[in-house]
Design a protein around this ligand. Structure first.
Ligand code: ASP
Length: 328
């Protein structure tokens, strides 16, 4: 009789049970050290701001610091690739916006699969965008902007945060609707891009409302339109792009929280509970409210809802992006 096989199988079973026990014990102790929340853009921008608000609140309920780690580059895809390869132990989590879906159509081959290489913790919030110009840029309204770009397309510069960023997506829909291409200036995030817009180093930028409303109200930048189908309560006098002739222009930026594939379920449950609690915090809500940002309903604050939304968004944006004939 060959005893070697059953012995090996027994050994494997004992080791497996041991690993399972350690896993469970670790999950019970979790978290016992700081957690890194990876942000795919530079500090000071909209994604970073939402991440920092969440990190503060999630730290409270997890009893450990949640430390924001900015990993900018290639429109967010550098961070997505890094997170996909990180240890699935709950100490690396990730926030990304709808670039998680749009990058699929913008890159020939991504080094990760958005639908296979992650665990899905929950949706967060939806953020409108605004089309902005620097103060020293001649056009004062959308009509003038259209005419100016048509007449000066070789001179006009448009900032964005790289292919895969929503600033790029919004910009390319705008340019494809206009039928004119301008010069793109990529940044590591729209935080630094907004600084340059205010400084007049670049002409136009499509950015979330997260940081931009005070700049608009103080007259530090010009605003040409809102990217959502309805006007925003914080900017009631700013017309939508839809009502100014770009019919159906509808870009609202959704966000999700992810972890590397294989992160233990009990850990994901703790992270989801911390996310849900964070989204009820009155200070966080007030800050988001002031920027016309909508926290998603509780029914969307879970992994299943995030994954099916991501899937639907990959299918929604693929044809739009291919039709707009990017990349830039
Ligand atoms: N708003 C940015 C984007 O264009 C990124 C950022 O949050 O800095 O995707």
């Amino acid at each position: 009789m060959n005893l070697k096989k059953p012995l090996n199988a027994l050994l494997a079973a004992v080791m497996g049970a041991g690993l399972l026990l350690t896993g469970t014990a670790n999950a019970q102790k979790y978290p016992d050290k700081p957690i890194s929340l990876v942000v795919p853009f530079a500090a000071g921008g909209p994604t970073d701001t939402i991440a920092r608000l969440l990190a503060t609140q999630m730290s409270k309920s997890l009893g450990q610091s949640v430390v924001v780690e900015n990993v900018p580059g290639a429109g967010g895809t550098v961070a997505s690739a890094k997170v996909a390869k990180s240890k699935p132990d709950g100490y690396t989590i990730y926030i990304h916006h709808m670039g998680m879906a749009t990058a699929q159509a913008l890159y020939d081959k991504l080094p990760y699969d958005p639908l296979k290489d992650f665990e899905y913790i929950g949706q967060v919030a939806d953020v409108p965008m605004v089309l902005l110009g620097s103060k020293n840029f001649p056009p004062n309204n959308f009509k003038e902007l259209e005419a100016y770009i048509r007449a000066n397309k070789d001179k006009v510069t448009m900032a964005n945060a790289g292919p895969g960023a929503v600033s790029q997506l919004c910009g390319l829909i705008f340019q494809s609707r206009l039928g004119v291409r301008v010069t793109t200036v990529p940044y590591k995030g729209t935080g630094p891009a907004l600084t340059d817009l205010v400084g007049g180093q670049v002409n136009i930028l499509c950015d979330q409302t997260t940081q931009t409303i005070p700049f608009i109200k103080d007259g530090k930048v010009k605003v040409y339109g809102v990217t959502t189908p309805k006007r925003l309560s914080a900017l009631p006098n700013v017309p939508t792009l839809d009502e100014q002739g770009m019919k159906g222009f509808d870009v609202k930026v959704w966000h999700g929280i992810y972890a590397p594939l294989g992160t233990p379920k009990p850990v994901l449950e703790k992270l989801n509970a911390a996310l849900k609690k964070a989204l009820t915090d009155p200070d966080l809500k007030a800050r988001l409210d002031s920027s016309n940002i909508d926290i998603v309903p509780v029914a969307k604050q879970n992994g299943e809802a995030l994954k099916s939304h991501l899937d639907a968004e990959i299918n929604r944006w693929g044809p739009i992006i291919r039709k707009a004939n990017i990349p830039d």
